[in-house]
Structures are given as C-alpha cells and as structure tokens.
Design a protein around this ligand. Structure first.
Ligand SMILES: C[S@@+](CC[C@H](N)C(=O)[O-])C[C@H]1O[C@@H](n2cnc3c(N)ncnc32)[C@H](O)[C@@H]1O
Length: 198
C-alpha cells in the first residue's frame, strides 16, 4: 500500500509483515473477522497511528487490552523510540502477540504481558486503549497505571464526548483534565476521536 509506505518509511516491510500475520493467523485464530481483511490498513493499522502525534519521544507505553496488537504494534513499528508493553488477559491473544512480536523482531522493546489492567501494577508514561471498555470502567483500570505526568489515550467512536461527561466527577476528584481530540489517522482521509486524560 503506497500511502502506508510513506507513513511507515523504513519500517514499512515490518508493517507489511504484521498485516500479513493479521490476515492469516489473525483470521485463523479468530482475532480478526474475515470481512476485516480488505480494510486492515486503513481501519486498523493506520487508525492506530492516530495517537502517535500525542506521544512524546522515548515514552514508555502500555497498550491495555491489546487484542491482536492494536494500537500497540503499529505504534511500536512506526516509532522505534517507544518502549511498548502489550497487556492482554486472554491466552490465545497473548500467544498470538508473543509470536507476532518475535516474528517482527521487536522483542528488544516490545513486551507482552498476560493479565488484566486492574491486576497490573507497573506504571507508564502513556496508557493506550482501543475498543476495550466504556470510559468510566477504563479510567478505573488505567489511572493506577499512569505515572505522575502520564496520560491515557483512549481511541473512541462518536460516543467520546458522552463518555467523557460520565467521568467528570472522577476527574475532579483526581485533579485530572480530560478532553476529546479529533485526530487525523495518518495516510487516510479519516479522523478518529481520542479521549486524552492527564
Ligand atoms: C474488542 S477487543 C479490542 C482489541 C484491540 N485493542 C483492538 O482495537 O482491536 C477488547 C480487548 O480487551 C481485552 N480486555 C477485556 N477486559 C480487559 C481488562 N480488564 N484488562 C485488559 N484487557 C482487557 C479483551 O481480552 C480484548 O482483547
């Protein structure tokens, strides 16, 4: 995909290999719907990169509920400066991620951890989450994972504003700020909604 070549630059071959893994093993193992195969690049991989512009150089990132690696793996592939933990409770997904990270030669800075967010005790500069849970629940799980100056970046649909309203009390209590950002997904005409809490 020509646009993806521009977006990923030197890392394009690795991104292409990841898309191949999603389209083959990802579908065989039931992590990716067969109908998603034709839109893996725009809807999943490039969409995942939307949060990249909000992540400072050299950040330590955890991707909560990573599933087949979204958004954590596209970010790690595009951004060699990031150190990324993929957190996923389900065994089949954890095994998929472990194999993918090894095959993509990313094991030196991408770690796969099997577990639930609420049972994980490390802290990170950035917590990402895509399609994991509604914000009130997600915030409860993710706040303990954030370092003092850390941020949560939740990729959301059109419900983003309404979900943010639902957590105002928690934000006030924790002296946190929340905003909904409309961020372009690189290489596509689409934008995506990101709830940023910090
Ligand atoms: C709908 S999938 C989304 C996967 C991926 N983020 C994506 O965008 O394709 C939700 C994922 O969240 C994981 N999950 C559910 N509850 C979780 C929890 N408490 N802690 C961490 N992950 C969780 C599930 O196992 C699943 O892989």
């Amino acid at each position: 995909m020509e646009i993806a070549q521009d977006v990923f630059g030197d890392s394009y071959k690795t991104a292409e290999r990841y898309v191949d893994i999603l389209a083959s093993r990802g579908v065989d193992w039931g992590l990716i719907g067969p109908r998603e195969v034709d839109r893996l690049w725009p809807r999943h991989v490039l969409n995942s990169l939307a949060v990249g512009s909000l992540i400072a150089e050299g950040s330590i990132v955890v991707d909560v509920g990573s599933g087949a690696g979204l958004p954590g793996l596209p970010l790690a592939i595009q951004r060699p400066d990031l150190n990324v933990t993929l957190l996923e409770p389900l065994l089949r997904r954890f095994n998929f991620l472990t194999e993918a990270v090894a095959e993509l030669d990313l094991a030196d800075r991408v770690t796969v951890v099997r577990g639930r967010a609420e049972e994980h005790h490390d802290r990170y500069d950035v917590v990402t989450a895509r399609a994991v849970a509604a914000l009130p629940k997600l915030l409860g799980w993710c706040l303990p994972l954030m370092r003092a100056n850390g941020q949560l970046l939740a990729l959301k649909g059109e419900s983003a504003e309404a979900e943010l309203l639902d957590v105002q009390k928690t934000l006030r209590k924790g002296r946190l700020s929340g905003e909904v950002l409309t961020v372009p997904a690189p290489g596509t005409a689409e934008s995506t909604w990101v709830v940023r809490i910090r």
